[in-house]
Design a protein around this ligand. Structure first.
Ligand code: HAM
Length: 558
């Protein structure tokens, strides 16, 4: 292809939203806003305040918080490439690229090797001095790599004298490759990712802002986008939106004295969180929701450990009948086998031991109390012993809500208790419980409902809110100023107003008004402007009258 043709083709490229992302457009966005508004209203009646954490965070926060072995962390995070800002670190980044991609072949002769060695030496020296100045990100693995480089530097330098030897080509390739790989993997800036979820962020914020000093418990909610590199399909996106809430509470120093009371209190908090969630779903009119609950026991060293061991033992016996994913999970995280959706594994899983038979007395008490509290609050639920959830931080309570019309991606909300997560992230002993609603799925389910003309709440009114109330139009350039004044006055009084940017003929103006779904048209010609009595036309019934400015407002309000 000629250069000109190529340029033309590049120019003609149609940009599209990146795979797994999408534009949310009117009138749908009115429904999104309505759902978010309902969440704000319901959550605030339960005493929650809003938190807006950043959209990107340190990779380590999720690796530690959510768990390095989880799908979310090991496969699905979007990493950000962040370039250094200082001159010294920019030089380091340059050297890092040059070293990682340089080819030093035996036939190139010594000058190239000498250049490679010089760059490595400069890299090591610059890294050390940048590190002393606090300009580079220091981690254990960076330190380990640097020590390795320093201790092998002599060998690299000595290569120059071995060029005549028989195994020189092999040694050259091996040594320079080591250096290339080690230097390539040094993180000059702190690795960052787009957040795959926000619970870890909220815990980080709790620690960072000393929220243990705030009145306890701290109740927070958030609304915003999350990012996971999953295979896109209906209800599953790479940028999706969550409405989440978290309750965090510092563990009282004397909590152990009255363990029974403490357990009952925790169960009541869990039940209240779930009650709030169900109130929200009721408020937005989402039908066909089903709440499942489970208890997955206490931290790894207590009853959960016993259960996991028993599960692993049983799974080993049926290993050959399981798929590759489940086989791998027998070692890494046997609980996740229970999540399997593979048809042929279902009968096998049904025969596996149940966690309920392994719960310790404390977990049993907590779970029984949770169910009693849910009953007291009139929350309908079913128990699902297989509900383990795909994040590492849960303990005791887990829950999930499914809705209709979503196909395989039917979970509209997931949550659970995560005592100890704040501590794991370097904070004080803290209890936690929360959930996240998948807003995209809630909207899909509501729209599905709308399609089937199922009776609904007031969200349908919200969808139509993008249409306008009044279309203001004028005839004659002299009357334009009055039209501008009318639009301004009506907007100041809360009406949704549109007006053309150019004068339109009467018929054209009415046509435009009805296309915009306007309810009224205000028409300003010479007569109207001179008399101060404006013509208003009701576009639904075609009736028309002349009213003063004050009377018009009164009329529209009615
Ligand atoms: P999660 O189960 O990973 O939990 O996500 C919660 C909800 O987000 C899911 O039930 C689903 O509705 C929605 N969701 C997840 N991934 C996608 C996707 N790729 N596309 C569309 N929707 C999706 C958490 O994120 C935990 N942080 C919840 C939590 C809060 N636990 C305690 N506190």
């Amino acid at each position: 292809m000629s250069e000109g043709a190529q340029k033309k083709q590049e120019k003609a490229r149609k940009f599209q939203a990146i795979r797994g992302t999408r534009d949310l457009l009117p009138p749908d966005t009115a429904l999104w806003n309505h759902v978010e508004q309902m969440a704000r209203e319901v959550f605030s009646t339960f005493g929650y305040g809003e938190i807006r954490p950043p959209i990107f965070e340190a990779t380590e926060l999720f690796a530690r918080g959510v768990g390095g072995d989880t799908d979310i962390v090991s496969k699905e995070m979007f990493r950000l490439q962040d370039l250094p800002e200082e001159e010294l670190t920019q030089r380091l980044a340059y050297l890092q690229t040059m070293i990682s991609y340089s080819a030093v072949s035996p036939s190139d002769g010594e000058p190239l090797l000498r250049e490679f060695v010089a760059r490595v030496i400069e890299f090591i020296d610059s890294y050390r001095s940048a590190s002393q100045k606090g300009l580079v990100h220091r981690t254990e693995s960076n330190d380990r790599r640097l020590s390795y480089l320093e201790s092998h530097l002599g060998g690299l330098k000595g290569l120059e004298n071995e060029s005549g030897q028989r195994n020189f080509p092999y040694k050259l390739a091996e040594t320079t490759n080591y250096f290339k790989v080690e230097i390539r993997d040094i993180a000059l800036t702190e690795p960052k990712v787009l957040r795959p979820e926000a619970t870890a962020s909220v815990c980080r914020a709790y620690i960072e802002h000393n929220m243990q000093q705030w009145p306890q418990p701290v109740k927070l909610y958030y609304i915003g986008p999350m990012f996971r590199r999953e295979r896109p399909q209906k209800g599953r996106y790479r940028q999706f939106y969550q409405i989440g809430a978290e309750v965090l509470e510092a563990v009282r120093p004397d909590a152990a004295k009255d363990a029974g009371k403490e357990l009952a209190k925790d169960a009541a908090v869990d039940a209240e969180v779930i009650e709030m969630l169900m109130t929200f779903f009721e408020r937005i009119g989402l039908q066909g929701t089903e709440l499942s609950v489970n208890s997955i026991g206490h931290a790894a060293d207590n009853c959960r450990r016993g259960y996991v061991d028993a599960l692993r033992e049983e799974l080993q016996k049926v290993k050959e009948q399981l798929g590759a994913d489940s086989q791998r999970r027998i070692e890494t995280n046997p609980l996740r086998v229970l999540d399997s959706k593979l048809e042929h594994e279902q009968a096998i899983i049904a025969k596996l031991p149940h966690i309920a038979d392994h719960l310790c007395d404390e977990c049993k008490t907590h779970y029984a109390e949770l169910k009693r509290q849910l009953d007291l609050r009139g929350v309908v639920y079913k128990e699902n012993w297989r509900l383990v959830r795909g994040l590492d931080y849960y303990m005791r309570t887990t829950f999930e809500i499914t809705a209709r019309g979503l196909g395989s991606q039917d979970a509209v909300c997931g949550g659970g208790r995560y005592d100890g997560l704040v501590e794991l992230l370097g904070g004080p002993p803290t209890k936690g419980i929360g959930f996240a609603i998948g807003e995209d799925r809630v909207i899909l389910s509501l729209q599905e409902q709308q399609g089937k003309e199922v009776a609904s709440g007031d969200w349908r009114a919200a969808s139509s809110r993008t249409s306008i109330d009044v279309y203001v139009t004028w005839m004659g350039a002299n009357n334009y100023a009055t039209a501008l004044h009318a639009a301004k006055m009506l907007r100041a009084n809360g009406f949704r107003v549109d007006m053309p940017t150019m004068e339109l003929k009467f018929g054209k103006a009415l046509e435009r008004a009805s296309k915009l779904n306007a309810r009224f048209a205000v028409i300003l010609g010479d007569n109207e402007v001179q008399s101060g009595e404006w013509t208003v036309k009701n576009l639904a019934d075609g009736s028309q009258q002349k009213l003063t400015e004050a009377a018009l407002l009164e009329y529209l309000r009615r």
